[in-house]
Design a protein around this ligand. Sequence first.
Ligand code: GUN
Length: 303
Amino acid sequence: MSAKLIKGTEIREQILTEIADEVATIKRGHGAVPGLVTILVGENPASISYVTLKIKTAHRLGFNEIQDTQPIDIPEEELLALIDKYNNDDTINGILVQLPLPDHIDEKKVLNALDPDKDVDGFHPINVGRLMIGGDEVKFPPCTPAGIQEMIVRSGIETKGAEVVVVGRSNIVGKPIANMMFQKGPGANATVTVVHTGTKNLDAHCKRADILIVAAGVPDLVKPEWIKPGSCVIDVGVNRVGEKPSKKDPNKMVAVLKGDVDFDAAKEIAGYITPVPGGVGPMTITMLMKNTLKSLKFKLGIQ
Ligand code: GUN
């Protein structure tokens, strides 16, 4: 059997078209567009490329977008004051502080300083709490887990009563996606198991999964014999395992990426599988745009 590919690149285009249509309607009816600021501290190349893509996507959708780049040695108080400025700026609906931050800055303090109603990453403790309560309480589901849920739903995969196994317990992916999948409601209502580095018999748990979500950060961790035939495999891993010449410009080197699942073997056993790259990756920025639009809609009282 060869699995059906769940392509994030295609689902992204569907969702971005929906967002652009909604932005145009709101602009006509209310004279407002979503405003997103991305704050980047320093010049980490991976962070620069993520932020650039976020800003480009926001621009394409007709958002008011600001990229605020700060020097690597910005004092913590200055960064907190900058966040406060955007918290009080009526034209801004979403504030994103690109992580990781340099060592002299306390990440927890920075996330806590965000106005929870502009925290479109969903990282503020209030939004984490809202997610845990579920239902109408949820304002901004964190972007990667929200993207995973969208991929599952838009691929027509039944989640109600499904055995979901999540590999990894990070604050950004493992914990929130586990929480989202067991909530009552559409695209969820599953029976969820979370496995991690302390788990015995990892393979036995994975073998039970109707939906296996892997966010461990270990290339090829999941072997084909761990996969239930016909199941849905969502690979969140983006591991840089080497470099190769770019197809566009052979004089330039680009990263070779590998997921957490042995894709070539797994696709012969799974019913659905996400590729790396081109699977979960494109969904994160897409859901950031959706959360920023949502933030404006909350403000206008139309959500
Ligand atoms: N760094 C890597 N991924 C993310 C993300 O989703 N949000 C933020 N703020 N920083 C990141």
